[in-house]
Design a protein around this ligand. Structure first.
Ligand code: PXP
Length: 239
């Protein structure tokens, strides 16, 4: 299966926000990523707007020609933003307000009614919905019960263990992916994926639809430039 590369551009917004103005130009960066071959753009507006601002979102929606994926915690403000924007995909993430980065997935059983209501509202607007989950069988089955279309597996723990024992690192992802395949949930993945650990993940996971990658792509671009980096990540996904 072809796996889409969705570039998370939050880090570029963070750099921009460290000064006044729009440099680096977030919108040009999104267009260039698409031009260089990325099949999607991901943004994760957080409540403190420290990287993507709510005001960036309609501008990005107007210019993205691949798939816009908006990630976030389904607060009323966030859900209204998504419903006003109508992205191709919305990924619901259980972020606490002041968290540095998303570091675990939903408990899809305990949060079933919140998730089901949100999935219904987003589906009524024609938006594909993904739930950020740890690779745990019960959480995948719970995601299915909310009516979501996809799960996004949290790969932070995979990335941590990869250099020590890659087979052990990927094992829970394979098990959870087989369940997702069985119940017909699409599979996305993200967090701490990079040029070292991406190809192995892609080769191990049956039917990986999308990876969203931000931190490593932007960091690698400091050395190689964004055009080269997108090619390098696309190459990892060909294996
Ligand atoms: N997926 C989710 C839900 C995230 O919150 C993030 C980070 O914003 C990513 C993927 C991308 O992670 P990274 O920046 O480590 O590539």
């Amino acid at each position: 299966m072809k796996t889409r590369l969705s570039v998370n551009i939050n880090k570029v917004a963070l750099l921009r926000n460290s000064r006044l103005g729009n440099y680096p130009d977030l919108f040009q960066f999104a267009k260039d990523c698409e031009h260089f071959g990325a099949q999607g753009i991901t943004i994760h507006p957080r409540p403190d707007q420290r990287h993507i601002r709510y005001s960036d979102v309609p501008i990005l929606k107007a210019l993205v020609t691949t798939e816009l994926n908006i990630e976030g915690n389904p607060t009323p403000d966030f859900v209204n933003l998504v419903l006003d924007t109508l992205p191709a995909q919305c990924t619901l993430v259980p972020d606490a307000e002041n968290v540095l980065t998303s570091d675990s997935g939903w408990d899809t059983i305990r949060n079933k009614s919140l998730l089901r209501d949100t999935v219904d509202r987003l589906h009524n607007a024609g938006i594909r919905v993904s739930l950020f989950v740890d690779p745990i069988p019960e959480m995948v089955n719970g995601a299915k019960e909310t009516g979501a279309d996809c799960v996004e597996f949290y790969t932070g723990d995979y990335a941590k263990l990869f250099s020590i024992d890659r087979e052990k690192a990927v094992a829970p992802h394979i098990e959870a992916a087989l369940i997702a395949n069985d119940v017909e949930l699409m599979i996305n993945a993200g967090h701490d994926l990079n040029l070292k650990n991406l190809a192995y993940y892609k080769s191990a996971i049956p039917n990986l639809a999308e990876v969203s990658i931000g931190h490593a792509i932007v960091a690698d671009a400091l050395y190689y430039g964004i055009e080269n980096v997108i090619q390098m990540y696309l190459h990892q996904l060909k294996t």
